[in-house]
Design a protein. Structure first.
Length: 428
């Protein structure tokens, strides 16, 4: 009863108001206002009978009683830091359940392995994060899983054709997309991808849609509300947000998450209690950080749009109704312009490296979504593994620099970019 009342009280509150308290009961931890780090591998059972019951529920041999929470058993199966963190993460995407992992790749690969089996067809968008792309194109085929992919801008009809031409349309099991695409900010239609999944679903086979929401989530895009079945995150990025932790997350319905968590138990790729604690700390400032980052990104993009050393800026805020489909997708699914900007400088790798080497406040590093601004060279760094022809086709060329905008004062970010870009102007 107490639990029901407290749920009702908090029901209408915004996630940012609940990040400091949701799911944590101080009286269970000596009144500590913050959830301690439960640095423990195993948990003492009150009795042998209680231990037996916990296992029955954990392994699905018995249904939990109404309102019963899974008893604590062993930290590969459950741990308070992970459970409270998972409950808090569900609030942003309005998911029924969540699971946290030791990395974004662990979350992604667990989803792919759980929902695909030999003979199945996987459909993906292109480009994908380098690690995801490697796992899908190099590792999944070893298990007899077939892969087809479509590119940004292809119509639903073209995508139907791609699937049918594989001759394996009946085996399509999962669609995996990433939007906006890294590093070009190209958009894939989430609701449209769900329509593709439904088109190939039959009465005895539901094609699932999983979305990598790392670039825009969990604040600026909510794939589950747009029809996705699962959403995955590299929590290393905005969710962690301080460049000090590697972690991942997956969210979805209770039914699907039971399977994801089941495989996680046996792969053993859950996050550690310490990681869970760090991420809970990060979640408290998630909204203020992301708000500051997207405001800064608008200012920085406006500056880049006018700099004479720059040829093209890839930023969601630059889309206008003249961009047609891309603009329509943005209006439909993006709640902000995000804080990722890529730009082509006039020149090639040499000039791009000159700019990167001249940056002082902005750090030259891969990763994104952190408090500090980061810049990198996709063609030779994050996307070096992508086939050259595909890279050119996708517009990931030697002249491109990717920028993750942080929480610094935007005037200082712009000052640093300006002095670095100006090294190109004095050269000619
Ligand atoms: C970083 C990243 C990943 C991988 O996450 P890790 O935490 O590094 O394992 C997956 N997808 C996207 C879009 C990313 O940016």
């Amino acid at each position: 009863m107490e639990q029901v009342l407290s749920r009702l009280f908090f029901f209408n509150m915004k996630p940012e108001s609940l990040m400091m308290s949701y799911g944590y009961k101080p009286q269970l931890s000596e009144g500590a206002i913050k959830c301690p780090i439960f640095q423990t591998s195993t948990f003492v059972f009150k009795s042998a009978e209680a231990g037996k019951h916990f296992f029955e529920v954990a392994y699905g041999l018995k249904e939990p009683e109404a309102g019963e929470e899974l008893g604590l058993i062993y930290s590969r199966i459950n741990n308070p830091d992970l459970e409270i963190l998972e409950n808090r993460l569900t609030l942003w995407d309005e998911a029924e359940e969540g699971a946290v992992f030791e990395s974004g790749m662990a979350a992604i690969t667990t989803v792919l392995l759980e929902f695909l089996k030999p003979g199945d067809l996987l459909l993906t968008s292109n480009p994908l994060y380098g690690g995801t792309d490697h796992f899908i194109s190099k590792i999944l085929p070893k298990f007899g899983i077939h892969v087809a992919s479509f590119k940004v801008g292809q119509s639903q009809e073209e995508i139907y054709k791609i699937v049918e031409q594989t001759g394996l349309a009946a085996n399509l099991a999962l669609i995996f997309i990433e939007t906006p695409a890294n590093p070009t900010n190209d958009l894939i239609d989430i609701a449209g991808s769900k329509e593709i999944a439904s088109h190939f679903s039959t009465s005895d086979k539901e094609v699932l849609l999983a979305v990598d929401n790392t670039y825009m989530g969990p604040l600026w895009q909510h794939p589950l509300k747009l029809g996705a079945d699962l959403v995955v995150y590299s929590a290393t990025k905005y969710i962690g947000g301080h460049s000090d932790v590697i972690a991942g997350a997956c969210l979805g319905s209770a039914k699907l998450m039971k399977r994801v968590k089941g495989l996680r138990t046996f792969l053993g790729n859950m996050a550690s209690p310490n990681t869970g604690w760090l991420l809970m700390r990060s979640l408290e400032t998630l909204k203020v950080r992301m708000d500051a980052q997207t405001l800064n990104a608008d200012k920085v993009a406006a500056f880049l749009n006018t700099h004479p050393a720059i040829e093209k800026v890839y930023f969601l805020g630059n889309l206008t109704p003249a961009d047609g489909v891309a603009y329509a997708i943005k209006q439909k699914q993006c709640l902000s312009n995000g804080a990722m900007i890529s730009f082509d400088i006039k020149g090639g790798e040499h000039e791009a490296f000159m700019v990167l080497n001249a940056l002082k406040l902005i750090k030259l590093a891969v990763s994104l979504g952190s408090t500090e601004s980061l810049a990198e060279h996709p063609a030779s760094m994050t996307h070096a593994d992508v086939d050259l022809d595909l890279r050119n086709e996708l517009g990931i060329t030697d002249k491109m620099i990717r920028l993750s905008v942080g929480v610094e004062n935007y005037e200082d970010i712009i000052f640093d970019l300006n002095q670095a870009l100006n090294t190109l102007l004095t050269k000619v």
